[in-house]
Design a protein around this ligand. Structure first.
Ligand SMILES: [Ca+2]
Ligand SMILES: [Ca+2]
Length: 290
């Protein structure tokens, strides 16, 4: 992957990284379990040289997936259960139009419509689960690394970044931390630091404690897992191409009410569906070092 996909944004990213350190400090008191992202010691990552530049290393660990039944806007499918994961890497940001367009050009695919909101560092939209899977497969060949979509469990573990609250920044929604929509229903909203009615450039908000941007809001994100409302184990594995049924999407979007951008919120879309509020981010397997 291109190391410098956001020319002109380095100063902002440096500022955001500083903010990430502050956020890590702020959340230290409420984080549960081990924090696998240690910004003070990059050597803690044993596979750093194997990681693509825009990926964050997530150390193996366990967490409580789902939400307590006291949560505002909770769905019945957010059943709390313990999950343990192997180490993996996940994209720091949603895949952008700039990144996806390279794939479209190289493979002769039609470029997805940006609806006039802008390409470049905006998250790609109007792509199906099959498109996202094909992008990961193409990039894996290009980079000689194994890219895929995150499983649903990997996605929530990364979104929580050690927190047990409804949002990675606390229990209350805030337009200072994420791009989402109106309080009751429908459509974008501009408020606080959230200056965008539709999608925002990726990385426009402070990242979570593990350095991940826009896990809450901006675009909903395809995971590789089948949607199972009872959490029967599908959340731990990737569906295969021809599997019937919906795939889980996570994180809510620019057009959603605040409760839909909670870390535990789930939904499922059929894999051939595409829409103006759905994109994705990549995950990467961590191969054991020899
Ligand atoms: Ca907004
Ligand atoms: Ca998102």
């Amino acid at each position: 992957m291109n190391n410098h996909i956001f020319p002109g944004h380095h100063r902002k990213w440096a500022a955001n990284n500083l903010a990430a350190v502050i956020i890590v400090a702020a959340f230290a008191g409420i984080a549960e379990g081990k924090n696998p992202y240690n910004s003070d010691d990059q050597k803690a990552n044993p596979s750093d040289s194997l990681l693509a530049s825009s990926m964050a290393f997530i150390e193996a660990g366990c967490f409580k997936m789902g939400s307590p039944n006291t949560t505002l806007g909770r769905g019945r499918d957010e059943i709390q259960h313990a999950v343990c994961l192997k180490s993996y890497a996940i994209g720091r940001h949603e895949v952008t139009f700039e990144e996806y367009d390279l794939f479209a050009e190289a493979t002769g695919r039609e470029k997805p419509d940006d609806l006039g909101w802008g390409r470049g560092d905006r998250p790609v939209i109007n792509i199906s689960w099959h498109d996202a899977m094909a992008y990961a497969e193409w990039l894996s060949k290009e980079e000689e690394k194994h890219f895929r979509l995150p499983t649903e469990a990997e996605w929530e573990y990364a979104a929580r970044a050690g927190t047990v609250t409804a949002y990675s920044w606390g229990e209350s929604a805030s337009h200072d931390y994420a791009n989402y929509g109106q309080d009751i229903c429908c459509g974008g909203q501009i408020e606080g630091r959230d200056r965008w009615e539709y999608t925002s450039p990726v990385g426009s908000f402070t990242p979570n404690a593990w350095g991940l941007y826009d896990m809450a809001g901006n675009v909903e994100e395809w995971t590789c897992s089948k949607y199972d409302e009872h959490y029967g184990g599908a959340e731990m594995v990737c569906a295969i191409w021809d599997d019937k049924g919906s795939r889980t999407i996570r994180g809510g979007s620019w057009g959603d009410i605040p409760q839909w951008v909670r870390s535990a919120k789930r939904d499922g879309y059929l894999p051939d569906r595409s829409g103006y509020n759905v994109g994705f981010r990549l995950a990467q397997d961590i191969l054991p070092s020899v």
